[in-house]
Design a protein around this ligand. Structure first.
Ligand code: CA
Length: 235
């Protein structure tokens, strides 16, 4: 058995004929496939098991693929291949805003999907040419892959927690995060007393990237709730 034989794939597709065909092709390649037909089942499976790769249809019953992808991305870098119908969504949105690694437009050949799957798994596991994620918001540049932050082209030295906090918030501009959520995502524990530590991380982060809390460019306080990141070039 090759290394890839034990790889687990979560396939999320509501069209049974596609689901069955893709499952058959993947199993023939010795992948271990869990196939589900809607977005909620996908999230349930994702929360229960570890997968090496996710193949995710965009238009799904119950929870749309877009939301499934965003949810997964809040906690995981697992490779995701998105399946879309022609003209359903712009490429740019799939890659940058949803955080998918690759996508295929329907109708696609299962053979092509298997080839993409293999390529993505090889990339994810070998660590060569990882897909590079760089976010830009005006003068603020966040090189997520390279763990680097720059303001006006100058490197900013952040702690691991500050970096995690900044990437968590900036991946989804406009989304409000409660302190509790940020504690869980950034610090990885969930004791209420630690919510205030988020405030000090935000304070330090603001000082380092030069964001004035009185008239913030990027990091906005949402009173009584938490924080939200804004892209100043979009308003
Ligand atoms: Ca569909």
């Amino acid at each position: 058995m090759s290394n890839e034989a034990a790889r687990r794939i979560l396939l999320v597709e509501d069209e049974k004929t596609i689901r069955d065909a893709v499952t058959a092709y993947l199993e023939r390649e010795n992948y271990w496939v869990t196939a589900v037909g809607d977005g909620q089942d996908a999230l349930d499976e994702f929360n229960k098991h570890n997968f090496d790769l996710i193949i995710l249809d965009l238009m799904l019953p119950r929870v749309p693929g877009e939301r499934v992808c965003r949810e997964i991305r809040t906690t995981s870098d697992v490779p995701i291949i998105m399946l879309t119908a022609k003209g359903e969504v712009e490429d740019r949105i799939i890659g940058l805003e949803l955080g998918a690694d690759d996508y295929l437009v329907k109708p696609f050949s299962p053979r092509e999907l298997v080839a993409r799957t293999r390529a993505l798994l090889r990339r994810a596991h070998a660590g060569n040419e990882p897909s590079r994620e760089v976010l830009e918001f005006g003068e603020l540049t966040i090189d997520v892959t390279g763990h680097k932050v720059m303001v006006d082209g100058k490197d900013v030295d952040l702690t691991a927690s500050e970096f995690k906090l900044l990437t968590t918030l900036s991946r989804f501009p406009g989304r409000v995060y409660s302190r509790m959520e940020l504690v869980e995502k950034v610090l990885g524990y969930d004791f209420e007393g630690y919510e205030r530590t988020i405030d000090s991380h935000v304070k330090n982060l603001r000082a380092k990237i030069g964001d004035n809390p009185r008239s913030p460019k990027w990091l906005h306080t949402v009173h009584g709730v938490g924080y939200r990141f804004e892209d100043p070039t979009k308003n």
